[in-house]
Design a protein around this ligand. Structure first.
Ligand code: NDP
Length: 453
């Protein structure tokens, strides 16, 4: 271990026990550092407690609606089927509690001391806990994540964010969701499958801005077909409670309408307020994010930050990598490790899901000039037999000068599962010819990847 000091209570004090903070703390401890972590909410952070994990469980639960409809064509007749929101909700929340326990155990098993209270930086190398206790640490890691942005429209306080969506007493008959990004599309899919009347309202003219136009258009088309209503270039003017429950909502392009629930999904803001960062001299960016170098170090020598709070790429696996690299660099005794933020695969768990890696067609054309695009637009076998008129799309973008694959984009059932493997090939710089040389697994959707002409 390269750096520890008995002049301090701890070698490392981490603020925030989410994905990045937990990984950094347990790895630092495994390297021999004396580590403590503070968490004011629940151990596990956004991903485990109110994000990726419970969301994916809701996606599974919601998708049964289609499977139960399609099953008739496969010979299954299920009488008296009924959906009970509270059963799904409570089972999901129970599993979240189980996972919180598993994360806590991981920290404890690695001898990381857990303070279940808020922590703020109150002096050089000094942290003050919620109960007034002061401790010192040679290094401080900020891993406090981000929180949902709530726009400043009149009555915005009546709207929920994704945080509350997991705890609803009952499902709304009609929900208006603001936003056109990850959370808006994922929850629009969940609520729609579960039988709600879903209206998505976006301030701009496109969904999922960073994704390839082809897959974005396909998602819009399929979502519309499934019954989700979209409004673009529209903003919220006010939200007012109605006497008999629900809300009156006034949007910029239409008359006041009634909804049972309004949800904002318009981005997330780094949690940097009230942490003592300004007083400590830590430089923050325009969105309040902690500015860091490639080794996650701030402009203050002993203060570091990883995960959503740095607003680099707000994805759990990225936060985990940043936490790991930070701990290895500071306490591993080897060469410094920087996280490579290029070519990160991602997915949107809509119905059907989207997955992508690398450049979109537009980005590739701008950057490379000449590109080759291969396209497979097909109806998955299961959809054909189910009589479901829902087509999938796989798009491969290659650099025309050397045949290298620079991007793959998909919208298809299980697209994220296919993409994880395909992303290895793109990251490794493989060519279209390498894919062509691979024998297909038949019959699968993934075989399209090696059969595109
Ligand atoms: P996104 O950044 O995905 O989308 C934000 C949406 O809100 C965009 O449509 C944006 O419009 C719009 N918007 C932004 N600011 C405002 C505003 N002030 N008023 C009205 N609309 C606004 O954010 P999400 O909240 O959906 O998700 C937050 C982050 O969490 C994501 O960026 C992602 O990194 C992560 N996440 C990842 C998931 C996954 O990996 N599957 C799932 C859920 C979240 P415009 O396009 O015009 O900017």
């Amino acid at each position: 271990m390269s750096e520890t000091s008995s002049d301090f209570d701890y070698d490392l004090f981490t603020i925030g026990a989410g994905s990045g903070g937990v990984r950094a703390s347990r790895v630092a401890s495994a390297h021999g550092a004396k580590v403590a972590i503070a968490e004011e909410h629940r151990v596990g952070g956004t991903c485990v407690i109110r994000g990726c994990v419970p969301k994916k469980m809701l996606v599974y639960g919601a998708h049964f609606a289609e499977d139960l409809e399609d099953c008739r064509r496969f010979g299954w007749e299920i009488e008296g089927k009924r959906f009970d929101w509270k059963t799904l909700r409570d089972n999901v929340l129970d599993d979240v509690t189980r996972l919180e326990g598993a994360y806590t155990n991981t920290l404890e098993n690695h001898d990381v001391e857990i303070f279940k209270q808020r922590a703020t930086i109150t002096g050089p190398n000094e942290i003050t806990l919620g109960d007034g206790t002061k401790v010192t640490a040679k290094h401080i890691l900020i891993a406090t994540g981000a929180h949902p942005r709530m726009p400043e429209c009149q009555g915005a306080e009546h709207a929920i964010s994704s945080n509350e969506a997991f705890h609803l007493d009952e499902l709304p008959k009609k929900i208006i969701i603001a936003g056109g990004g990850y959370i808006a599309n994922e929850f629009a899919g969940i609520f729609n499958e579960l039988g709600c009347d879903v209206h998505v309202v976006n301030r701009g003219d496109r969904l999922l801005r960073s994704y390839d136009e082809g897959v974005r258009d396909r998602l819009l088309q399929i979502s519309t077909m499934k019954g989700i209503k979209f409004r673009f270039n529209t903003t919220f003017e006010y939200i007012k409670p109605c006497d008999d429950g629900g809300f009156f909502v006034k949007l910029s392009d239409c008359d006041e309408e009634k909804a049972d629930l309004v949800m904002f999904a318009v981005g997330r803001i780094p949690n940097t307020k009230g942490l003592g960062l300004e007083a400590a001299g830590v430089e923050l960016g325009d969105n309040g994010e902690v500015k860091v170098d490639r080794f996650s170090k701030t402009n203050v020598d002993h203060i570091y930050a990883v995960g959503d709070v740095t607003d680099r790429v707000q994805l759990t696996p990225v936060a985990i990598r940043e936490g790991q690299a930070f701990a290895d660099t500071l306490f591993g005794g080897g060469d410094p490790v920087a996280v490579d933020h290029s070519c990160i695969p991602s997915a949107v768990f809509s119905h059907p899901p989207i997955a992508a890696v690398g450049m979109t067609e537009g980005e590739a054309k701008n950057k490379l000039g000449s590109v080759k695009v291969y396209l497979s637009d097909f109806r998955p076998m299961k959809n054909v037999l189910a009589g479901r008129n829902e087509r999938s799309l796989i798009k491969m973008i290659c650099d025309a000068s050397n045949d290298k694959i620079v991007g793959i984009h998909m919208i298809a059932p299980d697209a994220p599962e296919m993409m994880q493997a395909a992303a290895i090939a793109v990251k490794a710089g493989l060519t279209k010819a390498d894919f062509d040389a691979t024998t297909a697994i038949h019959p699968t959707m993934a075989e399209e990847l090696v059969l595109m002409k």
